[in-house]
Design a protein around this ligand. Structure first.
Ligand code: COA
Length: 160
Protein backbone atom coordinates (compact mmCIF):
# COMPACT_ATOMS: atom_id res chain seq x y z
CA UNK A 1 0.00 0.00 0.00
CA UNK A 2 1.62 3.26 -1.14
CA UNK A 3 0.54 6.47 0.54
CA UNK A 4 1.55 9.80 -0.99
CA UNK A 5 1.50 13.22 0.62
CA UNK A 6 0.66 16.29 -1.47
CA UNK A 7 2.01 19.27 0.52
CA UNK A 8 1.44 22.96 -0.13
CA UNK A 9 -0.03 26.15 1.24
CA UNK A 10 -3.01 26.00 -1.12
CA UNK A 11 -3.97 29.67 -0.64
CA UNK A 12 -6.48 28.85 -2.03
CA UNK A 13 -6.78 25.44 -3.71
CA UNK A 14 -7.22 25.91 -7.48
CA UNK A 15 -8.37 23.72 -10.37
CA UNK A 16 -4.63 23.18 -11.05
CA UNK A 17 -4.16 21.62 -7.60
CA UNK A 18 -7.36 19.58 -8.00
CA UNK A 19 -6.10 18.15 -11.30
CA UNK A 20 -2.85 17.06 -9.58
CA UNK A 21 -4.61 15.52 -6.57
CA UNK A 22 -7.14 13.69 -8.78
CA UNK A 23 -4.34 12.19 -10.92
CA UNK A 24 -2.30 11.30 -7.80
CA UNK A 25 -5.35 9.54 -6.34
CA UNK A 26 -5.40 7.28 -9.42
CA UNK A 27 -1.70 6.38 -9.05
CA UNK A 28 -1.42 5.86 -5.27
CA UNK A 29 -3.56 3.88 -2.81
CA UNK A 30 -4.10 6.94 -0.65
CA UNK A 31 -3.24 10.63 -0.85
CA UNK A 32 -2.85 12.93 2.15
CA UNK A 33 -3.16 16.60 1.27
CA UNK A 34 -0.91 18.45 3.72
CA UNK A 35 -1.92 22.07 4.29
CA UNK A 36 1.21 23.81 5.55
CA UNK A 37 0.65 26.33 8.32
CA UNK A 38 1.66 29.83 7.22
CA UNK A 39 1.17 33.30 8.65
CA UNK A 40 1.35 35.12 5.32
CA UNK A 41 -1.73 33.72 3.59
CA UNK A 42 -5.04 35.27 2.59
CA UNK A 43 -6.97 32.35 4.10
CA UNK A 44 -6.21 30.93 7.55
CA UNK A 45 -4.92 27.38 7.82
CA UNK A 46 -8.36 26.17 8.98
CA UNK A 47 -10.05 27.95 6.05
CA UNK A 48 -7.58 26.50 3.51
CA UNK A 49 -8.15 23.01 4.93
CA UNK A 50 -11.95 23.37 4.92
CA UNK A 51 -11.91 24.63 1.32
CA UNK A 52 -9.72 21.73 0.17
CA UNK A 53 -11.97 19.25 2.01
CA UNK A 54 -15.06 20.66 0.26
CA UNK A 55 -13.30 20.42 -3.10
CA UNK A 56 -12.32 16.77 -2.43
CA UNK A 57 -15.93 15.93 -1.51
CA UNK A 58 -17.22 17.68 -4.65
CA UNK A 59 -14.70 15.82 -6.83
CA UNK A 60 -15.60 12.52 -5.12
CA UNK A 61 -12.09 11.35 -4.29
CA UNK A 62 -12.61 8.74 -1.54
CA UNK A 63 -8.91 7.89 -1.07
CA UNK A 64 -7.86 11.50 -0.45
CA UNK A 65 -7.90 13.21 2.94
CA UNK A 66 -6.65 16.51 4.32
CA UNK A 67 -4.48 17.39 7.28
CA UNK A 68 -2.94 20.67 8.37
CA UNK A 69 0.55 20.72 9.79
CA UNK A 70 3.45 22.74 11.13
CA UNK A 71 7.13 21.82 10.90
CA UNK A 72 9.01 19.80 8.34
CA UNK A 73 6.99 18.16 5.57
CA UNK A 74 9.16 15.01 5.62
CA UNK A 75 8.53 14.51 9.36
CA UNK A 76 4.78 14.77 8.81
CA UNK A 77 5.02 12.37 5.87
CA UNK A 78 6.79 9.84 8.13
CA UNK A 79 4.16 10.27 10.87
CA UNK A 80 1.43 9.38 8.34
CA UNK A 81 3.27 6.52 6.64
CA UNK A 82 3.76 8.42 3.37
CA UNK A 83 6.91 7.57 1.41
CA UNK A 84 6.11 9.73 -1.61
CA UNK A 85 5.74 13.51 -1.90
CA UNK A 86 3.67 14.63 -4.89
CA UNK A 87 4.05 18.08 -6.42
CA UNK A 88 2.80 19.69 -9.63
CA UNK A 89 5.20 21.24 -12.13
CA UNK A 90 4.15 24.12 -14.37
CA UNK A 91 7.45 24.75 -16.13
CA UNK A 92 11.01 25.98 -15.73
CA UNK A 93 10.26 28.50 -13.00
CA UNK A 94 8.70 25.81 -10.82
CA UNK A 95 11.52 23.41 -11.67
CA UNK A 96 14.45 25.19 -9.99
CA UNK A 97 12.41 25.80 -6.81
CA UNK A 98 11.19 22.20 -6.77
CA UNK A 99 14.64 20.77 -7.56
CA UNK A 100 16.21 22.46 -4.50
CA UNK A 101 13.33 21.39 -2.30
CA UNK A 102 13.44 17.78 -3.52
CA UNK A 103 17.20 17.55 -2.85
CA UNK A 104 16.86 18.98 0.65
CA UNK A 105 13.96 16.65 1.43
CA UNK A 106 16.00 13.69 0.09
CA UNK A 107 18.95 14.68 2.30
CA UNK A 108 16.68 14.83 5.37
CA UNK A 109 14.62 11.73 4.51
CA UNK A 110 16.36 9.36 2.06
CA UNK A 111 13.41 6.92 2.14
CA UNK A 112 10.97 9.49 0.74
CA UNK A 113 10.73 10.01 -3.03
CA UNK A 114 9.49 13.23 -4.62
CA UNK A 115 7.25 12.58 -7.61
CA UNK A 116 6.23 15.33 -10.04
CA UNK A 117 3.15 15.49 -12.21
CA UNK A 118 3.19 17.92 -15.14
CA UNK A 119 0.34 20.36 -14.88
CA UNK A 120 -2.42 20.12 -17.47
CA UNK A 121 -1.86 22.71 -20.19
CA UNK A 122 -5.11 24.52 -19.39
CA UNK A 123 -3.83 25.19 -15.85
CA UNK A 124 -0.37 26.44 -16.84
CA UNK A 125 -1.19 30.08 -16.13
CA UNK A 126 -3.03 29.48 -12.84
CA UNK A 127 -1.35 30.47 -9.59
CA UNK A 128 -2.63 31.44 -6.16
CA UNK A 129 -1.19 34.94 -6.62
CA UNK A 130 -3.04 35.51 -9.92
CA UNK A 131 -6.30 34.11 -8.54
CA UNK A 132 -6.15 36.32 -5.44
CA UNK A 133 -5.26 39.41 -7.49
CA UNK A 134 -7.94 38.97 -10.15
CA UNK A 135 -10.63 38.06 -7.57
CA UNK A 136 -9.74 41.08 -5.41
CA UNK A 137 -10.29 43.30 -8.46
CA UNK A 138 -13.75 41.88 -9.03
CA UNK A 139 -13.19 39.61 -12.05
CA UNK A 140 -14.99 36.24 -11.94
CA UNK A 141 -12.69 33.27 -11.27
CA UNK A 142 -15.42 30.60 -11.15
CA UNK A 143 -13.89 28.50 -13.94
CA UNK A 144 -10.42 28.47 -12.32
CA UNK A 145 -11.17 27.29 -8.79
CA UNK A 146 -13.56 24.83 -7.05
CA UNK A 147 -17.02 26.32 -6.40
CA UNK A 148 -16.50 26.65 -2.61
CA UNK A 149 -13.30 28.64 -3.26
CA UNK A 150 -15.06 31.00 -5.69
CA UNK A 151 -17.73 31.66 -3.05
CA UNK A 152 -15.10 32.19 -0.31
CA UNK A 153 -13.13 34.64 -2.49
CA UNK A 154 -16.28 36.58 -3.36
CA UNK A 155 -17.09 36.80 0.35
CA UNK A 156 -13.53 37.90 1.25
CA UNK A 157 -13.50 40.70 -1.31
CA UNK A 158 -17.16 41.76 -1.36
CA UNK A 159 -16.58 45.05 0.47
CA UNK A 160 -13.50 46.13 -1.48
N1 COA B 1 -1.48 24.34 -11.20
C1 COA B 1 -1.60 25.64 -10.97
N2 COA B 1 -0.97 26.29 -9.97
C2 COA B 1 -0.19 25.57 -9.14
C3 COA B 1 -0.03 24.21 -9.32
C4 COA B 1 -0.73 23.58 -10.40
N3 COA B 1 -0.63 22.28 -10.65
N4 COA B 1 0.81 23.77 -8.36
C5 COA B 1 1.17 24.83 -7.64
N5 COA B 1 0.57 25.93 -8.09
C6 COA B 1 0.79 27.31 -7.59
C7 COA B 1 0.06 27.70 -6.35
O1 COA B 1 -1.21 28.28 -6.64
C8 COA B 1 1.02 28.67 -5.71
O2 COA B 1 0.94 29.95 -6.30
P1 COA B 1 1.36 31.29 -5.48
O3 COA B 1 2.75 31.10 -4.98
O4 COA B 1 1.22 32.35 -6.51
O5 COA B 1 0.35 31.40 -4.35
C9 COA B 1 2.38 28.10 -6.05
O6 COA B 1 2.18 27.38 -7.23
C10 COA B 1 2.93 27.16 -5.02
O7 COA B 1 1.95 26.82 -4.10
P2 COA B 1 1.67 25.45 -3.40
O8 COA B 1 1.53 24.33 -4.38
O9 COA B 1 0.55 25.68 -2.47
O10 COA B 1 3.01 25.11 -2.69
P3 COA B 1 3.96 26.00 -1.81
O11 COA B 1 5.14 26.35 -2.64
O12 COA B 1 3.22 27.06 -1.15
O13 COA B 1 4.37 24.87 -0.74
C11 COA B 1 5.69 23.75 0.88
C12 COA B 1 5.64 24.77 -0.25
C13 COA B 1 4.65 24.05 1.94
C14 COA B 1 5.44 22.34 0.35
C15 COA B 1 7.14 23.82 1.46
O14 COA B 1 7.44 25.16 1.74
C16 COA B 1 7.29 22.99 2.70
O15 COA B 1 7.45 21.80 2.62
N6 COA B 1 7.22 23.67 3.88
C17 COA B 1 7.24 23.01 5.20
C18 COA B 1 8.61 23.22 5.87
C19 COA B 1 9.65 22.34 5.22
O16 COA B 1 9.59 21.13 5.21
N7 COA B 1 10.68 23.01 4.67
C20 COA B 1 11.76 22.36 4.01
C21 COA B 1 11.46 22.15 2.55
S1 COA B 1 12.86 21.47 1.72
Amino acid sequence: MTIAMYPGRFDPVTNGHMDIVRRASQIFDGVIVGIADSKSTLFTTDERKALFEEAIAEAELPNVRCISYTGLTVNVAHEHGAHVLVRGLRGNTDFSYEFDMALMNKKMAPDIESVYLMTAVEHLFISGTRIREVASLGHPIDDLVPSAVAAALNEKFKNR
